[in-house]
Design a binder for this molecule. Structure first.
Ligand code: SF4
Length: 652
């Protein structure tokens, strides 16, 4: 992997590397990256999906490497961490330089007000101690509603030259540090903003290493997704009301109310044929009223910081409202749904008593954007423990906007390409394997004789199967369920039946539950999506990973169904390309929880028989680590019993 990354950085050809847990992949990309940065006097950006990996890189890998490489390189390499502005405490806002907190529903609740007050007080105390102002260092954390009172988005920031406390600003300090560092560690969201929105939030760089690259498309889609609700329009109107003639702000508020009314009557879900006429009318009114507010606020002028802040906060919201309205109005200009850029749907959120509706708009595909703005501009190294699905990188490469992989061996049947097509960036894939001996350390059991899972929760046969497997294993089970409902159902049904304690996600903070699970051999932990990717428990505490069903996305997920249809319309197989790929990635991540250390042994049990029987089952199985496979319940229970009693070595 070290050599492949080095060659990629030299040639400028992109590289995708699958490297199993425990390979040491961060060292394998950091060493050549650091050398590249120092030799070329440039910065290499390393992007991750999770805070845990950011911490590992900045607190462990990079300090060790800096020390080890300094004698060879002639100086110690430098590194920094950089996040979005919203992640840092804004001293100006904390000082009350920005206007009063924006009233939201929660603030009318006296208990919420006092809780919020306590949290803001805590953040004031923390502000006096912290060196970084980085939200992730505030332990325990605070809810978003509290953090919003002491932070600003990039659009809301006054700018360092106008801000009265700009010289002490945490976000500016982090940017400054990053600008001088050889390696900058960031997250996929900031990478996406830098690349897609043409806003230079990261230092100048020619190489990007995307770790946890299996999550790149989802994170980029998240950044490129916008939302519009009546509440957002009202908030923009309130902010404008402090700056412009009240009648102008009132027009925007009324437009927001009008939008709220038409959304109440509009159909929920994805809209395929166009905007319903009343919604279209309401959006045009919002856009007009927003434009009038903008004109009334006028262009930037010399003002005191308090006024400038109020203006910035109003403009940030106003821009969000008008840009999203305009994007929604344009979304159906193209008649053919498969050629449209955006997908539009109406969603609902919040508790039953106060559900609110919002329009959402997201790109049908981010491949084109990534190809043009990321792969077209920089050398990219993508890596993860799970990139090769069904034994090939093609599925993910397609989502990244890359064409087929270039032949790794010289292909004499193909004419050399004298003018490489810039539309098709060249890339190669490499699977460096895993240090684990999957065949000897783990069993993949598929409960082939169980019924296909239905829509009405876990059937009794599933609960019996789980009880038998957990009993044979003596606990130590991580239950990965496809829905919270199923996780809770299994917990409630099995707690009275089993001796082993069962923790369920939601009983307490997930981190604490994972710690309790790791500390006791017999304890089981049942949960859903965040556990599929976020549990790293080496040793005996985890010897059985249970998966209740193949984690296909919901068929009514607006983005998934639109993406599937677009592939079908082009003559492809939408189900395989979109849903099966999504499921394969999650299954591989879930199964990857089993072996985290060289001595780990255990079983991955998939209760959904379709993994063995369906046509797509082969693709999914080929995406999993190569465990020893069986569909015989007796064989797997006997192995689990041996594992439970011997405390080591799983033998067949
Ligand atoms: S420069 Fe921006 S983020 Fe920094 S303190 Fe000022 S307003 Fe806040």
């Amino acid at each position: 992997m070290v050599h492949a990354v080095r060659d990629a950085l030299r040639s400028g050809e992109h590289l995708a590397v699958q490297a199993g847990t425990g390979t040491g992949k961060s060292l394998a990309y950091l060493v050549p990256s650091i050398r590249h940065a120092i030799e070329r006097d440039t910065t290499v950006v390393v992007s991750t999906a999770t805070i845990a990996l950011q911490r590992q890189l900045v607190d462990r890998d990079l300090p060790r490497l800096a020390e080890a490489l300094a004698p060879v390189l002639g100086r110690a390499p430098t590194f920094a961490i950089l996040k979005g502005r919203r992640n840092y405490l804004c001293l100006h806002r904390l000082d009350g330089g920005a206007d009063a907190p924006e009233p939201d529903d929660q603030l009318f609740d006296p208990f919420a007000v006092s809780a919020l007050g306590r949290q803001v007080k805590r953040m004031h105390e923390w502000a006096a101690k912290t060196d970084t102002g980085d939200r992730d260092e505030l332990v325990p954390g605070v809810p978003d509603s509290a953090w919003r009172q002491v932070s600003v988005s990039a659009r809301e920031c006054l700018g360092v030259s106008r801000c009265p406390v700009g010289t002490d600003c945490f976000a500016e300090r982090a940017r400054h540090e990053a600008g001088r560092a050889d390696v900058v560690v960031t997250n996929h969201a900031l990478l996406a903003i830098d690349a897609l929105e043409n806003r230079a939030v990261l230092p100048e760089h020619d190489v990007v290493v995307v770790d946890e690259a299996h999550d790149l498309v989802d994170r980029v889609t998240g950044v490129a997704t916008a939302e519009l609700s009546a509440g957002l329009v009202s908030a923009a109107a309130r902010r404008c009301g402090r700056l412009v003639d009240q009648a102008i702000a009132d027009r925007l508020a009324e437009a927001g109310d009008g939008l709220g009314m038409v959304l109440t009557d509009a159909p929920l879900g994805r809209w395929e044929r166009g905007l319903p006429p009343p919604v279209k009318g309401a959006l045009v009114t919002v856009l007009d009223a927003g434009a009038s507010c903008r004109t009334a606020i006028g262009s930037e002028r010399r003002e005191d910081p308090a006024q400038a802040t109020a203006r910035k906060l109003a403009l940030a919201l106003l821009d969000e409202v008008t840009e999203t309205s305009a994007r929604l109005l344009k979304a159906f200009d193209e008649e053919d749904p498969a050629k449209r850029y955006d997908v539009v749907w109406l969603g609902e959120q919040g508790p039953d008593s106060s559900r609110t509706r919002a329009l959402r708009v997201a790109p049908l595909s981010v491949g084109g954007l990534l190809r043009e703005r990321l792969f077209g501009q920089r050398t990219v190294v993508l890596t993860s423990a799970t990139l090769a699905l069904g034994g090939s990188f093609d599925a993910l490469a397609r989502q990244w906007g890359l064409g087929p992989e270039k032949p790794t061996e010289p292909d004499n049947t193909e004419e050399p390409d004298p003018i490489p097509d810039p539309e098709r960036p060249r890339w190669s894939g490499l699977d460096v394997g895993s240090p684990f001996q999957h065949q000897r350390a783990g069993i993949l059991y598929v409960a082939k004789r169980l019924p296909t899972p239905g829509r009405d929760g876990l059937p009794p046969a599933y609960l019996d199967e789980i009880a038998e497997l957990v009993t044979a294993a003596g606990g130590g089970t991580l239950g990965l369920f496809s829905s919270m409902r199923a996780a809770k159902q299994a917990t409630e049904a099995l707690r009275p039946r089993l001796e082993q304690p069962i923790l369920c996600q939601g009983d307490d903070a997930t981190g604490l539950l994972v710690t309790r699970f790791a500390e006791d051999d017999a304890t089981c932990l049942f949960g859903t999506l965040s556990l599929w990717q976020g549990v790293d428990v080496p040793g005996r505490s985890l010897r059985l990973v249970l998966i209740d069903r193949i984690p296909f996305p919901r068929p009514d997920d607006p983005l998934v169904s639109a993406r599937q249809r677009a592939v079908d319309a082009r003559g492809g197989n939408g189900f395989l390309t979109v849903s099966a790929t999504h499921a394969a990635l999650l299954l591989a991540q879930g199964a990857g929880r089993l072996l985290r250390g060289m001595d780990d042994r255990g079983v991955v049990a998939v209760l959904d028989p379709r993994l063995a029987t369906a046509r797509y089952g082969g693709f999914l199985r080929a995406s999993l680590p190569p465990f020893w496979p069986t569909t015989d319940p007796e064989v797997v229970r006997a192995a689990l019993r041996r594992l439970a009693s011997a405390g080591a070595g799983i033998t067949r």
